[in-house]
Design a protein around this ligand. Structure first.
Ligand code: FAD
Ligand code: NAI
Length: 462
């Protein structure tokens, strides 16, 4: 038996970041991880592999659609899928090995295996029981099941199977127009698949700014993706190589069937708590199956904390990381803090989508007076030169104080641009503060400044 100040269960972005910060703060730390490699969902089967495939397929799209116009002549590259998967895997490997290096550097022990918590202060891994003054559960999430849809990870797949298909399907049906469905749907559409997205609601990416939703859907349609909206999937029928997707349109209950070579089920994820022994430990759970925590990420059992996808809040790697750093500070007797009002969300399609803070819907619901400053990328010189004039930046600011309350961007590098607004929001900046800040020309970020100007006397280039 070994004794630690902190044992973390799960080495995803929540767990590994918590462990590193604990070690930096002088706490003797170990991490239990059952996977063969560190990094959790994000590095192994989530953020990183999906972004590698998005990058490669975007390059192909650029070559096929924009090279000739720039005077770059010649045959477009053909897809070597096996090599693309090798590139994806090597991206995963460098990242997961990087975490192993960081563990060694920070003297963090990796307890290999699946862990459980038989009692507060104890973590069992295999037959061994280790002692810990504090335990952090960071066990992450798994895909939600859909009644009538049996996943075999070959023909009917979750995101995990979709990242390792043995070939690019001719026909891909995606169930769910959320982040996973649209990112991975984009990958396969760019690689030549006929992609149909079946969505239960009437708009894609629920909760997002409605203007962004509309522009986003229109752009994806132009890129060749088809959408069936307001459709409830009833069941799938699969053979070894094909599947049928049965759905009912909500507006008239009419029944329809789609044929597919591959079906991607992307209808959300749920907390993963299997085998942790939480019931016996009497850990309080929320109605949605998450581990309930207080403002300092403590569960109902003293000394046991939880962070990341397994607790409430957006299922995002950077949210888990922020909680990881903050809970480490709390355990070390400091003041850990996460500003849940300023957690950006990014969709890594082309164009990208980035959003932070309030939406017009949440502001209306709260009865708050606000103003909107909007600027289209068509007025941005850099975007026009780079065939990226579609989309806009929209800033929402308090009507009286001009304080920035939120922002929604669809366009080139939206996932980078959004952080300028996050920093401004953290500092309590007004739209005028942004508008008065010199922005280099020609950059995409000038569109952010112009949107800030649009909250005041007006943009210059529109
Ligand atoms: P996880 O990353 O899920 O890690 C939990 C770890 O705990 C796992 O490795 C698991 O094996 C381990 N574990 C669980 N139980 C035990 C146990 N009992 N004993 C030992 N080990 C255990 N988010 C973004 O912010 N940006 C993105 O671009 C993005 N892309 C995504 C793409 C896809 C396809 C998917 C599926 C998700 C994506 N996400 C993205 C979401 C992101 O992956 C998660 O929000 C993030 O990984 C959550 O981190 P976590 O540490 O809470 O849990
Ligand atoms: P999601 O919650 O984003 O989207 C699920 C979609 O499926 C919704 O639009 C929903 O209305 C629809 N749906 C649900 N049931 C349905 C049914 N029966 N028929 C048709 N449609 C149905 O979930 P998703 O895409 O699975 O992603 C899970 C999580 O992973 C997200 O919460 C996200 O935070 C995270 N993620 C983040 C990424 C990023 O930050 N870029 C990338 C990928 C995932």
């Amino acid at each position: 038996m070994s004794s630690y100040d902190v044992i973390v269960i799960g080495a995803g972005p929540g767990g590994y970041v918590a462990a590193i910060r604990c070690a930096q703060l002088g706490l003797k730390t170990a991490v239990v991880e059952g996977r063969e490699t560190l990094g959790g969902t994000c590095l192994n089967v989530g953020c990183i592999p999906s972004k590698a495939l998005l990058h490669a397929s975007h390059m192909l799209h650029e070559a096929e659609h924009n090279f000739a116009e720039m005077g770059l002549k010649g045959k477009s590259p053909s897809v070597d899928w096996k090599q693309m998967l090798t590139y994806k895997q090597s991206t995963i490997d460098t990242n997961t090995k990087g975490i192993e290096f960081l563990f060694k550097k920070n003297k963090i022990d990796w307890l290999k295996g699946w862990g459980s918590v038989p009692e507060a202060g104890k973590v069992k891994v295999g037959e061994e029981v280790h002692e810990a003054k504090s335990i952090i559960i960071a066990s992450g999430s798994e895909p939600s099941a859909l009644p009538g849809v049996e996943v075999d990870e070959k023909v009917v797949v979750t995101s995990t199977g979709a990242l390792t298909l043995n070939k690019v399907p001719k026909k891909l049906v995606v169930i769910g127009a959320g982040v996973i469905g649209l990112e991975l749907g984009s990958v396969y559409a760019r690689l030549g698949a006929e992609v149909t997205v079946v969505e239960f609601l009437d708009a894609i990416t629920p909760g997002m700014d409605p203007e962004v939703q509309k522009t986003f859907q229109r752009t994806l349609k132009k890129q060749g993706m088809k959408f069936v909206m307001g459709a409830a999937v009833q069941k799938t029928e699969a053979t070894k190589t094909k599947a049928k997707v049965h759905y009912k349109l909500r507006k008239d209950d009419s029944e329809h069937v789609l044929d597919a070579d591959t079906v991607l089920v992307a209808t959300g994820r749920k907390p993963y708590v299997e085998g942790l022994g939480l019931e016996a430990l009497n850990v309080e759970m929320t109605k949605r199956g998450q581990i309930a925590v207080n403002g300092t990420w403590q569960t109902s059992v003293p000394g046991v904390y939880a962070i990341g996808d397994v607790i409430e809040g957006p299922m995002l790697a950077h949210k888990a990381e922020d909680e990881g750093m903050a809970v480490a500070e709390v355990i070390a007797g400091k003041h850990g803090h996460v500003n849940y009002g300023v957690i950006p969300g990014v969709i890594y399609t082309a164009p990208e989508v980035g959003s932070v803070g309030e939406t017009e819907a949440t502001l209306k619901e709260a009865g708050r007076a606000y103003k909107v400053g909007k600027f289209g990328f068509m007025g941005n010189a850099r975007a026009k030169a780079n065939f990226a004039g579609e989309g806009f930046v929209k800033i929402l600011a308090d009507k009286e104080t001009d304080r920035i309350l939120g922002a929604h961007i669809i366009g080139p590098a939206a996932g980078e641009l959004i952080h300028e607004i996050c920093v401004a929001m953290e500092f309590g900046a007004s739209a005028q503060d942004l508008a008065l800040t010199c922005h280099a020309h020609p950059t995409y970020s000038e569109a952010v400044r112009e949107a800030a100007l649009a909250c005041g006397d007006g943009p210059i280039h529109m």
